[in-house]
Design a protein around this ligand. Structure first.
Ligand SMILES: [Zn+2]
Length: 475
């Protein structure tokens, strides 16, 4: 007799804070008593959750840029994340952890080539970090459309997690996983999380004061409700930011420990705790009911993906978002055209883009950029290899500038937007130096088309402020 199940997923991710020029995080006084926000969130959340063994009982994704910081700054906690990915069930690949698209880019807003690179980098980073190919991938902001899911299926990703309002028609019974048909005999499993329980965990701090009451008063009645509708042993999935557990809300690492790994004095709660990977990988995908998704939707904007590209009604004034994206898209196209031209002496365009998809190995550090260049271009001379390495670095920062954080908040004056502007500056300057182009001055011109709602400063001014804060010459 199978019992109702609870799964908890934590999306562990932080906006990238390392300056692309120095590789360092500038001290952030607001994070006191810690040096910067990464250090503070680590102490409040990542470290205690790893130490308490919570990760062994939940599903999680650890964003590659955050994972890189963690590996360098708190190796023990990073190891905790890696070692909590316990193979379970009948298949050894069904561990706790999921991959994440590399730079936390809103994939439905990206070009086809960029989507593929972001996904391949995320999968490869996971493989290098966790020592196995991932079976699931977390889409940044759960932003989804069918072309993105087709890439996942082509890369042998078997499942992802979405919000219930991302099902076509608005709402779906979340008591079980579904299969989404992608055409060409491809499909992917989607687990829709429970909106009510996830919102209670995220936003109602009184609900998570006590794990025993949360289990008894909220989870159990919800599972009973789902069982009446579905007839079978239902699943409730709570999916939130991982930082909820200890950072967004104090001491919730203790709440999570008691919820997912109760001590022996806790009487049977009437449901079992499982992970999304175990649940999905123990069942053939064809056994799941078919669902359809709502194209270009996400978990943190109820207007599709407007939050990251246009005037989402939730922002008091989002008029800067469109011009910022347009400026970056023009820069990205220009960089790609110049890169193909520069690489034309020693490689075919297709080979250049294939190389970009593999460059994550050099970023991860399993080989040096020079070794990577020698492997890609065995016949090239050292000058050509240097040119190639510059192009790969320019492409890296041109991908990083699309991190969703730059558009998430209401004002481009914030550090998150300055951060993506620094990535754009780094990419433009690498290309301008290599090809004697003037991409940066075009970028600055385009950035002057947007302005901060709170300060009388345009995007070009913000860009120069970011450069000057980073100790770089302004444009
Ligand atoms: Zn919105």
């Amino acid at each position: 007799m199978s019992r109702p199940k609870l799964a908890v997923h934590g999306h562990f991710y932080q906006p990238e804070r390392r300056d692309p020029f120095s590789g360092e995080i500038a001290p952030q006084p607001a994070a006191a008593p810690y040096r910067d926000w990464n250090a503070r969130i680590d102490a409040e959340c990542y470290k205690p959750n790893a130490e308490r063994g919570n990760l062994r009982h939940i599903s999680y994704d650890l964003g590659p840029t955050l994972a890189t910081w963690l590996a360098a700054n708190d190796a023990a906690t990073h190891t905790g994340f890696v070692e909590s990915d316990v193979p379970t069930g009948s298949e050894s690949d069904a561990g706790n952890a999921m991959a994440q698209a590399y730079h936390h880019t809103i994939l439905p807003l990206a070009s086809m080539a960029d989507r593929r690179t972001e996904i391949r980098w995320g999968l490869r980073d996971f493989e290098l970090r966790f020592g196995r190919r991932p079976t699931g991938l977390w889409l940044p902001e759960t932003a989804v459309d069918l072309p993105t899911l087709r890439i996942l299926a082509d890369e042998n990703v078997r499942y992802t997690i979405l919000a219930p309002w991302q099902a076509a028609g608005g709402r779906i019974d979340t008591g079980r996983p579904y299969r989404v048909e992608l055409g060409g005999r491809r499909h992917i499993v989607v687990v829709f999380y429970d909106a009510e329980l996830s919102a209670a965990a995220s936003f109602q701090s009184d609900a998570t004061m006590n794990a025993d009451s949360f289990a008894h008063d909220r989870i159990l009645p919800r599972l009973a409700e789902l069982a009446i509708r579905d007839g079978a042993a239902p699943l409730a999935l709570i999916a939130t930011d991982g930082e909820l557990y200890g950072h967004h809300q104090k001491f919730r690492d203790l709440f999570l420990a008691r919820l997912v790994n109760p001590s022996s004095d806790v009487p049977d709660r009437g449901f079992d705790v499982t992970t999304v990977g175990r649940l999905v990988c123990d069942t053939p995908a064809t056994a799941f009911t078919v669902a359809q998704i709502s194209e270009r939707s996400s978990w943190s904007c109820h207007h599709g993906v407007l939050r990251w590209t246009a005037e989402c009604p939730d922002a008091s004034d989002g008029r800067w978002k469109g011009p910022l994206r347009a400026a970056f898209e023009r820069l990205a196209s220009a960089i790609d055209v110049v890169a193909e031209g520069l690489a034309g002496d020693f490689m075919e365009p297709q080979a250049l883009w294939r190389a970009r998809d593999g460059y994550v190995d050099a970023i991860f550090g399993v080989e040096t950029a020079e070794e990577f260049a020698r492997r890609q271009l065995p016949l090239a001379n050292s000058e050509q290899r240097d040119g190639f390495k510059t192009l790969m670095e320019a492409e890296r920062w041109r991908l990083a500038m699309f991190a969703s954080d730059g558009w998430f908040w209401d004002d481009p004056i914030r550090l998150e937007t300055k951060q993506v502007m620094l990535c754009a500056a780094k990419a433009a300057r690498l290309i301008d130096a290599a090809a004697q182009t003037r991409l940066e001055s075009r970028l600055v011109g385009d950035l002057s088309l947007l302005s901060s709602p709170s300060r009388r400063i345009d995007g070009a001014g913000i860009y120069n402020e970011a450069l000057s804060d980073a100790g770089q010459p302004t444009a």
